[in-house]
Structures are given as C-alpha cells and as structure tokens.
Design a protein around this ligand. Structure first.
Ligand code: GAP
Length: 451
C-alpha cells in the first residue's frame, strides 16, 4: 500500500531496485515533513538554548579516525563457504547457514566496517583526457601527487551519523553565540551505513535520515538531564500518535552499547516483524569532544562566564531515525474494518502527521455549479489549513476509500443541498460518520480538532 498510494517506492525500481535504499513519494514526503516539523517544534523552536545545524555529509577523514568510527564502527560478518552469503554474525543462531541450510559451512567472523567510502578529487594518477581546450584529445595527463606519493585524491566516508558534524562545530558555536550551559545542537540529515543485511522495509537501510541532538551539560548533572530527555522523547512519541503501549524502553547492557556510550536507553517499538529499536538515548560523556581535542590539537573546552575552571562538557544524545519513525507510524496506523459489507483499509494517522488534513469533494464532476462551490470551499480551507486536497474524480465511494487509505482525517462533500443552505457533509475517517455543518462552521470545527 505504501507504494500503491505514493508513500514509498523502491529506489531505482525500473532497474531492479537497490537493496536497503528507498525513495519517498509525494505523500511520504509530506508525512516525513510533518514528523520533522513536530520534532523541530518540540526540540528546537520551543527551546532557548538549542542551536540548529546543517553540516556536510562529507567530512575530513580525520573526523572519523578521531571519533573511533574508522576502526570501531564494525559489524562482525561470517561467510558461508557453500552459498557465499555474507551474514551478520548476530543474525546467525547456530552453525547452520540460514540461506542455503548447510551445516558447518560458516567461517570465522571478520570485522566489516560499515562506512561507505569514496574518493575526493581525482580518482587516479593518470587520466585520459576526452576534451579540454588546453590539451589534445587522447593525451594522457598525470595528476599531482601528495607528499606521500599517493594521487592527490583522498578517501572520504559518507557520514554514518549526523552527530560528528555537530561535535566538530562545537567551538564555532561557542565562539559565535557564547551559550550558557546547558545548551544543545540539533540537526536533521542523511546518514549512510553499509549494512550487511538491510531488511524489513524502512527499518534497516543503507541510506537513512536521522534527527539528532547533542545536549552539552555539566558533568555532574548528567543523570537529571538524561531523565529529562527520556521523558521528552516519550512525549514526542505520543505527540506523533504512536500508542504508548507499543513503545518500550530497554536499558542497554554495557556489552551491547556503542563504543562511545556510558549509558543507553533504546526506545523499542512493536513493529510488524517484532520489537526493535526505534530511537536511542545515549550518555556520551566527554568522549567525542575529548577525542577531537586530542586529534585536532584545538582547545575545545567550555569557559564558564563566572571565570571558573574551563572544562569539557558532557553530552546527552537523543537520536531519532526518521525512516524508522515513518515505518512505526505507518504500521501502527494501518487498520482494516468492514463498511457496508465491504472490507476497508485505512490509516488511522494522527491528524498532526497526516499528509492531507482535509479533502474537499464536489459530489458530481459534471455539474459546474457544484464544482464552483466546492472549489470555493476548498480555497477557503486551504488558505487556513494548508494540506487540503480537492478531488472530483470517479464516484464518491472511491474517493472516500482513497482518502481513508492515505489517512486523511476528514472529508467534506459539496452537494445540491449546499447550494440551497450553504451546508456540507463532514465525514470522519475512523467512524465514517457524516454530519451536516454550515460551511463557515466546518472551518471552525476543523480548526478546533487537533492537528
Ligand atoms: N549518533 C548516534 C547514533 O547514530 P544509532 O543507535 O547508531 O546511534 C540512531 O542510530 C538511530 O538511527 C537509531 O535509533 C535508528 O532509529 C536509526 N538508524 C540506525 N541505523 C539505521 C539503519 N540502518 N536504517 C534505518 N535507521 C537506522
């Protein structure tokens, strides 16, 4: 349904797709936008001490050497000597290959770094020129080499988390804004992981989007701040309409925590394939600032305004995966029932995240006076509410079914009675009940409902 209705398409589908990569279609983009906006309103706009960032996906490779990702961002991988499948070791439960079923064919685990590598600058030290005004076609030119004799082009990684872009800008933000403690940096952006086995639709992707906050605190305040953020994250999940009964907190044991974390809570969600991590809250201590201070040789300490001793702030990091959030929202909103003896599929989306808030219909397409009136109602609502759709195609039942399937909370229909008494029908998606309301009243009612 996600594909049929234009939420999500497999990437490069006409060429057979690309594993672990998806494209968002028009309705998926709107849903994602709504989620980003609620996150922004909750964690950036509502705060005085939050500094939003938009940092580059490509960064100096020294960032990842210092952060520990170049050496520590690994998944153990095993290969089957029979079918040559490569599998994450933690996805293999015994010595039987889950792909070909053979026993005793799985080799020793090897560490596999999950960062995507590319090269910046010229890719090789020799290139054949195809067309350039200074050289003849077919000439071979040799590119400059760096001091070590390597071609000047160098390895860069696509960032596996947005977090590091904020840590390496910590000094810029304190120099420009002189924030008081505590303060945060926040960013929404793409991150890339060469997952060994991408799976479960939007759950484990190779290209994904994160919404992350690095909240800088005084070291002795970490427990209280951690607790504040734990509650803040729960409030956010409720705001976007995730049922509280489907969100579970998991205290991650030390052995399973990321290399930088001293405490982690995973917020797990009841996905259709089982309970799994939706978002994370980590106490990163001063791990990152310390590593970057050592590696860059730059002083990254915070200087308190009262003149007391400079120190490296500690960090609480709430991290949300936007694609997993979309999957959680879509899968928990998906519902089926029976209406008038027919099976109906609908998305019980919270109005705040629904891609379309209201749809306006003209009962018939071939009655110009109805269409004109419906257009007027549509324009009035669109000016006020934004995400409003107009539809006069096909029969009214089909139009309702489409709006139900994309999660539109209300539909308004202009019919012949509208022309007489300026009333319309207002239909509720979940109950399918309709009531007649005055056109002006419909706007008041819709404004009153929670968006
Ligand atoms: N900066 C901290 C960090 O990146 P993480 O637990 O590795 O921590 C944070 O990732 C969130 O990003 C996860 O809770 C999840 O929502 C999302 N995420 C991680 N890997 C993902 C993947 N392969 N596909 C989709 N989302 C992913």
């Amino acid at each position: 349904m996600a594909k049929r209705r234009g939420f999500v398409y497999p990437s490069s589908e006409i060429y057979g797709g690309l594993s672990g990569v998806y494209d968002y279609g028009p309705l998926g983009v709107k849903l994602k936008h709504n989620l980003q906006n609620i996150w922004w309103e909750s964690f950036v706009a509502a705060w005085d001490d939050m500094y939003p960032m938009d940092t580059a996906i490509l960064m100096n490779q020294k960032v990842w050497q210092a952060s520990g990702h170049a050496t520590g961002f690994n998944d153990p991988l095993v290969e089957c000597s029979n079918c040559h499948s490569r599998l994450r070791q933690d996805h293999v439960t015994d010595d039987k290959c889950p792909v070909c079923g053979k026993t005793g064919t799985l080799g020793e685990a090897r560490q596999f770094n999950m960062m995507f590598e590319t090269k910046i600058g010229p890719l090789a030290n020799e290139l054949t020129v195809r067309a350039n005004k200074d050289v003849k076609q077919g000439d071979v030119i040799t590119w400059q080499k760096d001091s070590s004799g390597k071609p000047a082009g160098d390895v860069v990684w696509l960032r596996p988390e947005t977090a590091q872009g904020m840590f390496v800008n910590f000094k810029n933000v304190i120099d420009t804004f002189s924030p008081d403690m505590p303060f945060g940096m926040a960013q929404i952006g793409k991150a890339f992981r060469n997952e060994i086995s991408p799976r479960d639709f939007l759950f484990r992707l190779r290209e994904m989007e994160q919404m992350e906050i690095e909240y800088f605190i005084e070291p002795d305040k970490w427990e209280a701040e951690f607790e504040n953020w734990r509650e803040g994250m729960q409030t956010f999940f409720a705001k976007v309409g995730l049922p509280a009964s489907s969100v579970h907190e998991l205290e991650v044991p030390e052995a399973d925590r990321a290399h930088y974390s001293q405490r982690t809570i995973d917020f797990e969600f009841n996905f259709p394939f089982g309970k799994a991590e939706l978002a994370g809250l980590a106490y990163r201590g001063d791990y990152d600032l310390k590593k970057h201070q050592e590696a860059s040789g730059k002083d990254l300490q915070y200087r308190p305004k009262d003149g007391s001793k400079p120190f490296l702030p500690h960090v609480i990091e709430p991290s949300f995966g936007l694609d997993r959030l979309v999957l959680a929202i879509l899968s928990s909103a998906y519902a089926e029932d029976e209406q008038g003896g027919e099976k109906r599929t609908f998305l019980k989306l919270d109005a705040s995240v629904a891609p379309v808030k209201v749809a306006v219909f003209s009962l018939l397409k071939n009655k110009p006076e109805l269409v004109k009136k419906a257009r007027e109602v549509y324009k009035m609502l669109k000016d006020e509410l934004g995400s409003v759709e107009f539809d006069d195609n096909g029969n009214i039942g089909k139009r309702y079914r489409r709006q139900d399937e994309i999660g539109t909370p209300y539909c308004i229909t202009v019919d012949f009675q509208t022309l007489e008494d300026n009333t319309v029908t207002l239909r509720n998606r979940d109950t399918t009940e309709q009531q007649r309301v005055k056109v002006e009243g419909s706007l008041q009612m819709l404004k009153f409902f929670k968006w």
